[in-house]
Design a binder for this molecule. Structure first.
Ligand SMILES: *Cc1c(COP(=O)(O)O)cnc(C)c1O
Length: 389
């Protein structure tokens, strides 16, 4: 029996100058955190995102950790985070000693803007320039909106409310490189460049990868300076090793940045490939009752990082688990949505505010293979498996 090649969920696409640039690092000996590719990578990202400063970090999680510190989040504070997202931004809240408060999702898997606004208006008191929880009295120091699956977060009017009330906005745009607002007050802005600080990830399954890496985005020179300082062990004197703060070893290496520079050169092509496969899935799914591809908001473009399939089990005749198992037998990798963050062991005792939609999104969502290098006949093979006999 001849076996077809397995189709992974998402794998990196290395087809540009990655080898050449990495070789340049190795040949020159500039393999560590100093080197011209780190600067080039930061400048290229800043240009794409429209952010004045970009600070390269070892991971998206590291960028989020430093961003929360620079947003002034302190031990005992509370930070509003989504129930639906990869756990990294929630863990980062705990790294700084703060407590997450979980918010529900909207139709685009993002934090529900209405509930976020309601929370700020009804669950907090604003006094002496500080927003505090009515329940615990703790300061609500920040909110971390996440642009899930490349869907830009619907930002108004809670964004203005946060500004008025001293609540800092740390955007997690890890999944949204290439996503831009096209209408409304934020038209023209890139995801990750609308809050106080933005973060990106270049993990292996992101649209652009450095193997592992991240970026902190800011318009503020002082925040950028502090970010560089904290990510390099807060060194005041590099000869005598005098340190003025508790820093981190969070700086991206030149080798990783070299990969990133080469990957970014191919971003337009990556975005086009993702969009074209999305459209092919969408056309194929139109004839399969009970399955649709999750749509994105019309106020923004979508980088089509991940394709979220929504299943109506009544109509389709199979649950998410059954479909996932069947596709696995056909060597097609899929994933459910992340287990909700408010259900995760470290966070079960944290406050969860009106989580109503998130469980149903989890129940009916399965993400489909979405690699940049996914061939049309592979998309067709997935579609063929999705058709129930
Ligand atoms: C990938 C990701 C991160 C960061 O991941 P790293 O592996 O630390 O780079 C953070 N938030 C979200 C939403 C992500 O998808």
């Amino acid at each position: 029996m001849s076996r077809v090649a397995p189709i992974p969920l998402s794998e990196p696409f290395i087809a540009g100058n990655e080898w050449a640039y990495v070789k340049e690092c190795l040949d020159s000996g500039w393999v560590s955190t100093a080197g011209s590719f780190v600067d080039q990578f930061e400048n290229a990202v800043a240009k794409i995102v429209g952010s004045r400063y970009a600070v390269a970090c070892t991971s998206g999680t590291a960028a989020l950790h430093v961003a929360l510190r620079l947003a002034g989040v302190e031990a005992g504070d509370e930070v509003l985070v989504p129930a639906v997202t990869f756990i990294a931004p929630v863990n980062a809240v705990r790294y700084v000693g703060a407590e997450p408060v979980f918010l529900d999702a909207d139709d685009f898997y993002n934090v529900c803007p209405g509930k976020l606004e309601d929370f700020l208006r009804t669950e907090t008191v604003f006094r002496d320039g500080v927003t505090r929880s009515r329940v615990t009295g703790a300061r609500i120091a920040a909110v971390v909106p996440v642009h899930v699956f490349g869907n830009a977060v619907d930002s108004l009017p809670w964004l203005d409310l946060c500004r008025e009330r001293g609540v800092r906005v740390v955007e997690d745009a890890s999944e949204a490189l290439g996503t831009r607002y096209v209408s409304g007050a934020l038209a023209g802005s890139h995801a990750g460049a609308v809050g106080d600080i933005g973060c990106l990830s270049f993990n292996g399954n992101k649209i652009v990868t450095t193997g592992g890496g991240g970026m902190l985005l800011t318009q503020d020179e002082e925040v950028a300076r502090r970010a560089r300082y904290l990510t390099t062990q807060a060194k005041d004197d590099g000869v005598r090793f005098v340190h003025g703060d508790v820093g981190y070893n969070y700086r991206l290496t030149n080798v990783q940045a070299a990969i990133g520079v080469a990957q970014l050169e191919q971003l337009p092509r990556f975005l086009a490939a993702k969009a074209s496969n999305y459209a092919r899935y969408e056309r194929g799914l139109a004839t399969i009752p009970g399955l649709v591809l999750a749509a994105g908001p019309d106020y923004a473009t979508n980088n089509r990082w991940m394709y979220a399939l929504q299943i109506d089990p009544e109509v389709y005749g199979e649950t998410r688990e059954e479909l996932m198992a069947r596709l696995a037998r056909a060597e097609i990798a899929t994933r459910p949505l992340w287990h909700l963050n408010n259900w995760q062991a470290p966070y079960q005792k944290c406050r969860a505010y009106r989580i109503e939609k998130a469980p149903s999104l989890l129940e009916r969502t399965l993400t489909l293979p979405c690699s940049v290098g996914l061939a049309e006949d592979q998309v067709d093979r997935v579609l063929a498996e999705l058709i129930r006999e």
